[in-house]
Ligand binder design. Sequence first.
Ligand code: NAD
Length: 490
Amino acid sequence: ENINKAEQYIAHIRETGVLNRIGGKERPAFGGEFFETISPIDLKPLASVARGDERDIDLAAKAAKAAQPGWTALSGPKRREILHAIANAIEARAEEIAFLECLDTGQSLRFMSKAALRGAENFRYFADKAPAARNGLSLPASGQANVTTRTPVGPVGVITPWNTPFMLSTWKIAPALAAGCTVVHKPAEFSPITASLLLRIAEDAGLPPGVWNLVNGFGEDAGAELTRHPDIKAIAFVGESGTGSLIMKQAADTLKRFHFELGGKNPIVVFADADLERAADAALFMIYSLNGERCTSSSRLLVEASIYERFTATLAERAKNIKVGHPLDPTTVVGPLIHPVHEKKVLEYIEIGKTEGATVAAGGEKFSGPGGGCYVAPTLFTNATNNMRIAQEEIFGPVLTAIPFASEDEAVRLANDTQYGLAAYLWTSDVTRSFRVSEKLDAGMIWVNSENVRHLDTPFGGVKASGIGRDGGDWSFDFYMETKNVSFAT
Ligand code: NAD
């Protein structure tokens, strides 16, 4: 039944195109232009998508500005009620959303069904935080009493990437709405389908028109215009580090605040004293789940030299047996990569790794999968060094680079020897060492003896070229809200 609904949705957007949605109304772009979104499974067009420009962004920003006072004035409990209604509606349609996400992104159903539910959880979590979002502190001082409060920063621009687009959009938009901000969302051009469904779901669930607006289009026009618009007070951006720099420059004249979740080249450090079976499971999961198209993927494997051969041989055997296939096949782990342009980039990196002298222990080539789309075999490079490009640059695909280390100091040095600092994974049974090494790692998030497990009230974000700011818990509100101090003479 849900697959039927998803097919009906595809039939609907094939007829109308994926439109923008501004002030509660679906509308084509001002210029009347469309671009095609294709399915990475067979490269066939899925739908035409409105190609917004500065006129669409201007209309959306004005709609968000007009809706801001009403949304700010709504009580916290009322905002909580609406956000819970959105979560309920997402849950009710989770399979349909997952199905559409698989077709649009190539991600496998086994992960996308969870990602759709995570979207609902994001709304539920921030719904419950909405009533207290504005609470501040009382700071008494001699002769003065200080009361701090928080107010929504104003309309925010949310710019999202093509990987797990549904879940990531909810991760940014739910806290913005809970804080009392209105939103203009510009989703990624490679995977725009579920963003329009999400907003439709939200408005059907009771979100007032204009509170959340959607403009589709390319980064260099619709995206750039959103970052420049004077009515947009903050930009929440998830994407590449280079795009983050560009956005800062574009937005400089309008003095916006930024929240950036950027790229990563995350190390997984495995010491000889670790539970090696669990470490192997985690290493495989963190690079080959979600097609490796994941900011927190563990793309650099640092293994203690004494176990390097044995550990990487196990991984190679297991990588060769990973099921690559049609994303809707429930047994598939790795589906086709998002787009031929990205597939080409990943395959080029595989060739670079070979030229640099690393050994292909698994994969290392295109995979011939159902539909003939953008499939790449799960790849493991061994005998690599940390100065190789495959160890330094974000490949964003199912490609793991394994490097041996001789000592704890060398492990830390290699782990930190990258421009990025999003996540790190540490495997050891020595508790003291896990504290000592964690202290020294340059990363915003470190998981010890664990893969990436998210708790929504913990801070999420990176250091160095991996980002600015944190999401999760109250950290999200620090970004979406201004802090105001009122000082009374006593
Ligand atoms: P991207 O930077 O190319 O694009 C992201 C978004 O920015 C898209 O919507 C795009 O249209 C828009 N954009 C592009 N140029 C722009 C401009 N000049 N002005 C305004 N907007 C512009 O990234 P991508 O290839 O879509 O996504 C993959 C990247 O995202 C990877 O680097 C990955 O690590 C990163 N990512 C990070 C996190 C995190 O939490 N740190 C999460 C997911 C993805």
